[in-house]
Write a protein that binds this ligand. Structure first.
Ligand code: KG4
Ligand code: ZN
Length: 331
């Protein structure tokens, strides 16, 4: 195989992200063109506006990443690009750019599963994950627990039946008239409040599945019934419930299917409260905690590039075709 670098392109939702990564997971260049300002007024991602913003951002982002990495196309072993899951219009922008460049530069193109990217994000800029691993993926689009025997084999232990955790953060932020994405805003507000408001802890007593839509509705009801409710206390109570549910389920997963490490990835893994609580759980349970550095928790091109190396090693090269629904069990 020629080339010592992979160009990773991610455009599955609202971030246009591009990075250049070597085989060891070192990131030579990475850029993310965010769309927060575009979506803030809606409190969520507006698909058509997201696609248009990707169209504007994608070529300059690729150009910049290649320049920042001082990389010429002949150093690329492949271009790895997210093929799904995600918004079809957003996916198509990254996939078309990657496919065109692959022809122009005569480089292989690999359609990568976005979720596989998140799973590998904890090994960026330093290998951390030891297998077998218990994984909690908490993002805007997904929430599940999985067991990984090795880099390739993923078994889902339990997923959300309705909303993802990130969605719950975003919806609660919207209910309180805050911006988007809601996660970091809620985290900050929660630090100023006390968890004194009683909210349901959905499905906490049993199993490894999750449900967060009832929690979101409970926050909405609280605000309807008592409009004067202190927002900081409500945010603190919401975060307290979310962390309690996630930690309880992770503990149960570690008891059910023992592993050597606990890996927490996805946008919500940027939450300082969650990182802290997972640290306590891991030391209690005697497993290693593997967290991606903060900047690799939310969507980025580097995780797609790193996953791309796994595909190359396994000789798997999915077509760069948009696949809006794609389970994590598939490469
Ligand atoms: O992984 P990600 O960047 O995109 C998806 O693949 O969905 O995750 C985005 C989600 C959003 O819902 C956002 O509110 C949440 O991650 N998020 C956070 C934090 N930073 C981002 N949630 C809690 N605390 C944070 N600091
Ligand atoms: Zn993501």
């Amino acid at each position: 195989m020629n080339g010592d670098l992979i160009l990773g392109i991610e455009s599955s939702c609202d971030d246009t992200a591009v990075a250049v990564v070597d085989r060891g997971g070192q990131v030579l260049a990475s850029g993310v063109a965010r769309q927060d300002d575009i979506h803030a007024r809606w409190g969520g991602v507006w698909p058509e506006l997201a696609s248009r913003a990707h169209v504007r951002a994608i070529i300059p982002a690729i150009d910049q990443a290649m320049k920042d990495a001082s990389a010429s196309p002949d150093r690329l072993a492949a271009i790895a690009v997210t093929r799904g899951p995600g918004l079809i219009g957003s996916l198509l922008v990254g996939l078309n750019a990657a496919s065109a460049l692959a022809i122009a530069w005569d480089v292989p193109v690999i359609g990568v599963n976005h979720l596989r990217g998140h799973l590998r994000s904890a090994d960026l800029e330093g290998a951390r994950v030891t297998f077998p691993a218990t994984i909690l993926l908490v993002s805007g689009g997904h929430t599940f627990l999985a067991h990984m025997a090795d880099r390739r084999n993923v078994r889902v232990l339990g997923a959300t039946r309705d909303d993802s955790v990130g969605e719950a953060y975003d919806k609660v932020a919207r209910l309180m008239g805050m911006g988007f994405p809601g996660g970091p805003l809620i985290d900050r507000l929660a630090k100023e409040g006390r968890p004194v408001i009683d909210l349901p802890r959905p499905m906490i007593r049993e199993g490894l599945e999750f449900s967060f839509s009832g929690l979101k509705s409970a926050v909405a009801r609280t605000l309807e019934r008592s409009p004067a409710t202190d927002h900081a206390d409500l945010a603190a109570s919401f975060v307290d419930v979310v962390i309690d549910v996630l930690v309880t389920k992770c503990r149960r997963a570690l008891d059910t299917v023992p592993g050597r490490s606990l890996v927490v990835v996805g946008g919500v893994a940027a939450s300082p409260q969650l990182r802290h609580s997972m640290g306590e759980l891991a030391s209690d349970a005697g497993v290693e905690l593997c967290l991606p550095p903060l900047k690799w928790s939310t969507d980025n091109g580097a995780m797609i590039a790193l996953a791309g190396w796994d595909y190359l090693d396994a000789g798997i090269r999915p077509l760069p075709a948009a696949t809006p629904r794609l389970p994590v069990t598939e490469m």
